[in-house]
Structures are given as C-alpha cells and as structure tokens.
Design a protein around this ligand. Structure first.
Ligand SMILES: N[C@@H](CCC(=O)N[C@@H](CS)C(=O)NCC(=O)O)C(=O)O
Length: 114
C-alpha cells in the first residue's frame, strides 16, 4: 500500500503524483497544508526534514523526491522507472534511472524539434 504525504502546489510532490498516475499505481492521498502540520511530531517521525513529499510504502517511509521514484521502480516491476531494478538504492541505480529518463526525454524532444 502506498500513501503520499503531499501538497497541491509542491513541485517535488507533483512529480511523484505524475509518476503514480502514469503508472496507474493505487495510492492514498495524505494532503498537507505546510502551515505547521509538517512539524507535527507524528509527521516528523516519517520525515525529520519537515518537508513534502513523503511516500509510505507498507509502513516504510521514503523521503526525497529523487529517491521515491527509485522505490517505485524497484517495488513495482511495471513502473517506467523499471530501468532501476537494483534492490538497494545506490548511485548506479540512480544513474540508470537518470539515463532512462533522459533517453525518454530525448525521444520526445527529438520529435518536437525536427
Ligand atoms: N529535497 C527535498 C525537498 C522537499 C521540499 O523542499 N519540499 C517543500 C515543498 S516543494 C516543502 O515541503 N517545504 C516545506 C516548508 O517550506 O515548510 C525533496 O526533493 O523531496
């Protein structure tokens, strides 16, 4: 089960919502205001940095919007980030993910620019 702590306007959270929706992954929304609720002791236990997004997967919180896609790529085999299949979140895993994203972007931009 996936639960996303996010806000409507946070760009960091938007990119996670986009990935979840693009992949058709079921997720629960935990909408925050960032008007103090990020300092709630219960939230600080999930994300000591008091920022969004935080993705909780089966009770396990993952913070940092650059790391969350790695979790999705590793846990859900059908996700576009499946370029990242390493069981641990390491730099080589991250690099594969970035290469995959840039290759995809090049394909899209290539079509537009010609
Ligand atoms: N490095 C973090 C940055 C997260 C971040 O700064 N989030 C902002 C919203 S985009 C936030 O929660 N700010 C809370 C605040 O300003 O109190 C990530 O990429 O997840």
């Amino acid at each position: 089960m996936l639960e996303l702590y996010h806000t409507v306007n946070s760009v960091c959270a938007k990119k996670i919502r986009i990935q979840l929706e693009e992949e058709g992954l079921p997720w629960g929304s935990r909408l925050m205001t960032l008007r103090g609720d990020q300092f709630d002791p219960a939230y600080l236990k999930l994300n000591p940095n008091a920022v969004v997004p935080t993705l909780v997967h089966d009770g396990f919180p993952v913070i940092e919007s650059s790391v969350i896609p790695l979790l999705l790529g590793g846990v859900f085999p059908g996700a576009v980030t499946n370029a990242c299949v390493a069981p641990s979140f390491n730099m080589s895993c991250h690099q594969r993910l970035l290469s995959h994203c840039f290759a995809r972007k090049r394909r899209v931009l290539g079509g537009v620019r010609r």
